[in-house]
Design a protein. Structure first.
Length: 488
């Protein structure tokens, strides 16, 4: 993902102001004092809080829509689909399953533990910190929030300074549902984030870039705090000659241009079998026109294509295109720009060199580089030459090719013959692997991230087989140890 804790000290971004550190310290103090109360809340009480949060979101939906438009001109249907719907679905999943997730897991009793009972309970971690990004500011703030509340924790949230209007509405919603001792938003830039990371939290959930993820992990290590890191990377998309090219093009363009490419699991680059490249490019261009407009002017005016978040991000994307062209890439579609609107049209690049900068960093924008391959082994070599991605996409009807690509790579998630939809599947975890992330989110997996497994054993009778193993270690005791090793 793009950088989310910025190197700078912008104290005002729009109507965004850094929360004073004394205020943050007071909120933190309240939550530290309250965490045992939160830990002992019942399933019924936690579900009531989830329902209250759902209601508050519904009551403030119109304000959210306006805020999204003000921050980066995101359309209402896309806000509903990618921001609010995932939250509502997550809430319903928690409401329907929290009692089961929270129930102790009874374990078996080996004969050597005769006279005991044992179980594994899910206990709250305590005080949690959630640092969220700008690209899906509501989704990536409220999903971990509701999971942490369901787990019985307190929560401090630090959204991105780049979406001040959305943050303002989120802060209003949270204040309507929670006391500061339960959950609260603090606002600010890198200075605020750095202050928060000096505090002792029991768990930190961060969504952002790999570089900043390293900073978060180092800060967490100071107090041995556990972390969930949802990072990013370059998600490869393989299209072989057996694929349904028209369907592949339709789904790739949707996944790539959702949120105008500012999605951590968007198809980052295409690896296309060379004998279908021209057909695929034709279908990709055709699909762009079908989704957004008959010509480049119409595409720019489309209400369904939001803007690049800010000028620095716009400039970075322009550099990636220019560098690719200097290294031999050909623009086969797009490359229309308007710095006044932070607008770059959907852009397709062919003949892309693996040494160009666009193949060295996550794009996070509406640019789609195409690389060709002759064999699946060639495609594997390109993917293996990069860090393990957050997601991987394969368009193929050839089961052998799919299995070879799956067996030969590592990725946080893999989606065959579609794009992005694995993110919202209720029975799949979401997260990366190594460079692209640590830990999982969504549903039961999120609940488990915000809790820990507590092993509980109870001696139920007066005498225990273990008692005969106490010192002094006589021949009899040694004989019993030998029997244990051989038979148990």
């Amino acid at each position: 993902m793009e950088e989310h804790i910025q190197v700078g000290s912008l104290h005002n971004v729009g109507n965004y102001q850094n929360t004073d550190t004394t205020v943050i310290s007071e909120i933190y103090r309240k939550q530290v004092e309250h965490k045992e109360i939160s830990r002992h809340t019942t399933v019924k009480e936690r579900i009531a809080m989830v329902k209250a949060l759902m209601k508050a979101v519904e009551n403030n939906k119109d304000m959210l829509m306006t805020a999204f438009h003000n921050d980066f001109r995101k359309s209402e249907p896309e806000v509903e689909l990618t921001e609010i719907y995932p939250f509502i679905k997550e809430c319903k999943l928690i409401i329907n399953n929290l009692a089961d997730w929270k129930s102790p897991e009874l374990t078996s009793t080996p004969i050597t533990y005769f006279g005991t009972s044992s179980k594994v309970v899910r206990d709250s971690k305590g005080n949690t910190l959630i640092i969220s990004p700008w690209n899906y500011p509501f989704n990536l703030t409220f999903l971990p929030l509701v999971s942490s509340i369901a787990a019985g924790n307190t929560v401090i949230l630090k959204p991105s300074e780049y979406t001040p209007h959305v943050t303002s509405v989120m802060k209003k919603i949270i204040s309507e549902v929670f006391e500061e001792s339960e959950a609260a938003i603090v606002e600010g830039d890198a200075e605020v984030a750095q202050f928060l990371l000096k505090l002792r939290f029991d768990h930190i959930h961060f969504t952002g870039s790999t570089r900043v993820g390293q900073i978060v992990m180092k800060a967490a290590a100071e107090y041995h705090s556990s972390v969930t890191l949802e990072l990013g990377g370059k998600s490869p998309t393989v299209v072989d000659s057996s694929a349904d090219i028209g369907t592949a093009a339709k789904r790739i363009i949707w996944g790539k241009l959702l949120n105008n490419g500012q999605t951590c699991i968007a198809p980052d680059y295409l690896l296309v079998e060379e004998n279908v490249t021209s057909t695929l490019v034709e279908k990709l261009i055709e699909r762009i026109h079908q989704q957004y407009g008959a010509d480049l002017d119409a595409i720019k005016q489309s209400e369904d294509l939001c803007r690049i978040i800010n000028r620095s991000h716009y400039d970075r994307l322009c550099f990636l295109i220019d560098d690719a062209i200097e290294n031999g890439s050909k623009v086969v579609f797009g490359n229309e720009r308007d710095p006044e609107e932070n607008y770059i049209s959907p852009t397709i690049l062919a003949n892309v060199s693996t040494t160009s900068q666009i193949m060295k960093e996550e794009i996070f924008g509406p640019i789609l580089p195409i690389l060709e391959f002759k064999s699946t082994k060639e495609a594997l070599a390109v993917i293996r030459g990069r860090d393990k991605p957050l997601s991987m996409y394969i368009f193929s009807k050839n089961k052998k090719n799919v299995e070879m690509l799956m067996d030969g790579t590592s990725a946080g998630s893999t989606c065959v013959n579609h794009c992005v939809i694995q993110y919202s599947h209720p029975d799949l975890p979401f997260g990366g692997v190594n460079h692209s992330g640590i830990g999982k989110s969504h549903g039961k997996w999120a609940f488990e991230e915000f809790t820990y497994e507590r092993a509980v054993l109870k001696q139920t009778i007066k005498y225990s087989p273990a008692d005969i193993l106490f010192p002094p270690y006589t021949k009899t005791v040694r004989s019993i140890i030998d029997i244990l090793q051989k038979w148990f």
